[in-house]
Design a protein around this ligand. Structure first.
Ligand code: UDP
Ligand code: MG
Length: 325
């Protein structure tokens, strides 16, 4: 039994005019069936160039449960989600993409698990519709993250989740720029629950998370949640040291015992090239961290809200700065 409480659904939207009407109807319907004291749908238009902004503003004008936010340009999926979180006021907050790959009809189950005592509940895909290569890469990435970071990454989860308001406030208070939502949610600890579901295909439009974006998200997560790559150069260094000692021992043995002088231009070149490669790779890894330190010290806003409910809002600008996103 779900107690009567307030719930916010945060949805990042970027050029989703094809599915938005259906998404709105289905999500509203699912929320109505929960018997809540109140709910809101927070739509964040992430600089869409199709009919999306007009649709959102139409929903907001006709339905007091809809909050519309417009970002000043396309910032990307995660910044749009964080903008929505900053403006969500429900006691429980759900994050749900607009493309209907994740069924809004799961909301009652997610809320039931949440109110059963799990601060954070993920919707877990039993059957994702990703291509085989992408599925394998995502699996390998999660496996790697589990091995090298302190976070126990579950497989087959994405942003579709419900969390308490206090957890959301904690998320917003984390000032870093490299944000990987699932990792940040898990980093906080608390009791985590799962609700299984079969993922649908996109119901319209095309995926905006192309390979470039996915690789960037993967690299960000790797470097933001583990310092192991920095230590790799140490391992490589030790390995080279061992090889050098062994080579030196052999050279001395050959010279003093076997009485043969090592000539070999090839062996010298191999050693130089090998060392050069390791040094350059180590520099690249350090560069990745320096780049992130640089990004963080700039302290630029993570997103900029241009309009709230269709109106330019100075308040929203202040709140954006307040959460230092
Ligand atoms: N999205 C966004 N800004 C972007 C890219 C995507 O707000 O720059 C939204 C998009 O409208 C959708 C959600 O984020 O609601 C997930 O995007 P998509 O379905 O393209 O990602 P995928 O499911 O393919 O990872
Ligand atoms: Mg999608």
């Amino acid at each position: 039994m779900i107690p009567a409480r307030t719930v916010s659904v945060v949805t990042p939207v970027y050029n989703e005019a094809d599915t938005l009407e259906r998404f709105y109807q289905r999500t509203r319907g699912a929320l109505e069936r929960c018997g809540l004291q109140g709910f809101e749908l927070v739509f964040v238009d992430d600089g869409s160039t199709d009919a999306t902004p007009r649709l959102i503003e139409r929903f907001a004008a006709a339905d007091p449960a809809v909050k519309s936010l417009t970002l000043s340009r396309n910032f990307g999926h995660h910044p749009a989600v964080f903008a929505g979180l900053a403006f969500a006021s429900g006691e429980a907050v759900i994050i749900l993409d607009a493309d209907l790959q994740d069924p809004p009809e799961l909301i009652p189950e997610l809320l039931a698990a949440h109110w059963d005592g799990c601060e954070l509940v993920f919707a877990r895909r039993t059957d994702s519709q990703d291509a085989v290569v992408l599925k394998a890469l995502k699996y390998a990435f999660r496996w790697l993250m589990r091995k090298i970071s302190a976070i126990d990454f579950p497989h087959h989860v994405g942003v579709y989740s419900v969390m308490s308001r206090s957890l959301k406030e904690l998320l917003l208070s984390m000032p870093e720029r490299e944000r990987y939502l699932v990792a940040m949610q898990l980093y906080l600890g608390f009791r985590v629950g799962f609700v299984d579901y079969a993922r649908d295909r996109r119901q319209g439009g095309a995926s905006k998370q192309d390979w470039g974006r996915l690789v960037r998200l993967g690299m960000n997560s790797l470097f933001a949640y583990s310092s192991l790559p920095l230590r790799c150069s140490m391992f490589a260094g030790f390995l080279c040291l061992l090889a050098t000692v062994a080579a030196l021992a052999y050279i001395l043995y050959a010279k003093l015992v076997l009485k043969i002088a090592i000539t070999g231009w090839a062996s010298v070149m191999t050693a130089i090239l090998g060392m050069g490669a390791i040094q350059l790779l180590s520099l690249w890894v350090i560069g990745e961290y320096v780049d992130r330190i640089f990004e963080n010290t700039k302290g630029r806003p993570y997103f900029i809200v241009w309009k709230q409910a269709g109106r330019p809002g100075i308040d929203s600008a202040r709140r954006t700065t307040a959460v230092r996103s």
